[in-house]
Design a protein around this ligand. Structure first.
Ligand code: 5GP
Ligand code: MN
Length: 325
C-alpha cells in the first residue's frame, strides 16, 4: 500500500510539527532527502523553520517555512505530529491535499491520514522513516543518515530515556556507519548553549516549586524572562527536564506563558514529564493536547494555580490506584 502510494506520487509536501525538535526536523529531512534522491519533486516544510541548534544538519537549507501553491501537490506526508493542529496555522488547508500519509509514534495520534503509519513502540519518528526506507529498498543518503541519527538521539534524550531500545540503538549504529557522527550531533544538541539560554536557565531554575510531598515540581516561564534574557522560544523547550531531575519527583510541569495575539488563544503552554506510574499523555489528552506517557503537552487558559491543583489531584489518584494493586 505505502509502496504503491510513494511510487505513484510525484509532487510531495512533507510537513512536521511546529516548534520542531530533532525528531521533527530529522524525520522531515530523512524522508525528504531520500525521496529527492529517488527523483521526486519534494518540498520540506516546517512553519517555524529549522531551530539554530539543528542548522548543522546537512540539508536544512532545503527546509522552507512556506509550502507554496498547495494545488501542485498530490501527496502530503505528516511527520511526528499527533494531530493536524501540530502542522501549524495552515493545517486546514493542508488537509485538502488528496492523499495524506501520517507517520508518527505518539500514542495520542488521531489517525487523521488517508494512510496512517503510527507505532507508539517506535523510539522516534525517524525510526519509522528508517523502517519505511528499508521497505522501499531505497538507498539512505548520508544526509538522511545524520537526520535519522539525530531524531533517535533527541527523542531518547541522548540514549537515556525508557524508549532507548535495541532497535533504536542498532539503527543509530547503522547510521554512524553511513557517515553520521555522534560527537558532532551531541555537541550541537546538548553541549552548546547561547549565553542567553544560560541566563534563562538561571531564571527558570529559580522558579521551581515543589508540591504534593515533593512528587510534583513546577517551573514557570514568563514572557518577561524571555525578553529579559534574549533567549528564544526554541531554546526554552528542554527546560522542564531540570524539574524532572529532582529526586523523588514523579511529575514535572513547565508552565510557559504564550505570546498570544487574540483573547481566544490559550494563555499557557504546559509541558509535562512523568516518571513511573504517572501517564503524562492521559493528562495532556484530557486537556486537548497529546504526547507520550513520559512526555506530553497541552495549551490552556486555566490559571497556573488551577493547573497545579489538577496535577496534584492526578498524582494523588495515581498513588491511590497503585496502592490498591
Ligand atoms: P514538549 O513538552 O517538549 O513540548 O512536548 C512533549 C511531547 O508532547 C512531544 O512529543 C510533543 O509532540 C507532545 N506535545 C506537546 N504539546 C502538545 C500539544 O499541544 N498537542 C499535542 N497533540 N501534542 C503535544
Ligand atoms: Mn518524535
Amino acid at each position: 500500500m505505502i509502496r504503491n502510494l510513494l511510487n505513484e506520487s510525484s509532487h510531495l509536501l512533507l510537513v512536521s510539527h511546529v516548534q520542531p525538535d530533532g525528531d521533527a526536523i530529522g524525520s522531515l529531512l530523512a524522508l525528504g532527502l531520500s525521496l529527492q534522491a529517488q527523483g521526486k519533486h519534494v518540498t520540506m516544510y516546517n512553519e517555524d523553520g529549522t531551530p539554530p541548534s539543528f542548522a548543522f544538519l546537512p540539508g536544512t537549507e532545503r527546509v522552507t517555512e512556506h509550502p507554496g501553491e498547495l494545488a501542485q501537490y498530490d501527496t502530503l506526508i505528516v511527520l511526528d505530529s499527533g494531530d493536524t493542529d501540530r502542522m501549524g496555522s495552515r493545517a486546514q488547508e493542508l488537509m485538502s491535499i488528496p492523499c495524506i500519509i501520517n507517520i508518527d509514534h505518539h500514542p495520542s495520534n488521531t489517525l487523521f491520514g488517508s494512510l496512517n503509519m503510527v507505532d507508539p513502540e517506535a523510539a522516534s519518528t525517524t525510526v519509522m522513516v528508517w523502517r519505511l526506507l528499508q521497505q522501499m529498498e531505497w538507498h539512505i543518503p548520508t544526509e538522511a543518515a545524520w537526520a535519522i541519527y539525530t531524531g533517535i538521539f533527541t527523542d531518547t534524550g541522548g540514549f537515556r530515556f525508557g524508549n532507548t531500545n535495541t532497535e533504536a540503538l542498532s539503527i543509530a549504529a547503522a547510521m554512524t556507519s553511513l557517515g553520521a557522527d555522534p560527537e558532532t550531533v551531541s555537541r550541537h544538541i546538548m553541549g552548546s548553549y547561547s549565553f542567553a539560554y544560560i541566563r534563562l536557565l538561571q531564571e527558570a531554575l529559580s522558579s521551581i516549586r515543589l508540591a504534593a510531598d515533593g512528587k510534583l515540581a513546577s517551573m514557570t516561564l514568563t514572557r518577561h524572562m524571555l525578553e529579559k534574557t534574549g533567549a528564544t522560544e526554541g531554546e526554552a523547550s528542554g527546560l522542564v527536564n531540570y524539574a524532572r531531575y529532582i529526586d523523588g519527583v514523579k511529575m514535572a510541569a513547565l508552565i510557559r506563558e504564550k505570546d498570544t495575539h487574540t483573547e481566544t488563544e490559550p494563555s499557557y503552554k504546559i509541558s509535562l514529564r512523568a516518571d513511573g506510574d504517572m501517564d503524562a499523555a492521559a493528562i495532556a489528552v484530557a486537556h486537548g493536547g497529546g504526547g507520550h506517557r513520559a512526555a506530553a503537552g497541552f495549551s490552556t487558559s486555566l490559571p497556573p494555580e488551577s493547573i497545579l491543583k489538577m496535577l496534584e489531584t492526578c498524582i494523588q489518584t495515581t498513588k491511590n490506584d497503585s496502592q490498591r494493586l
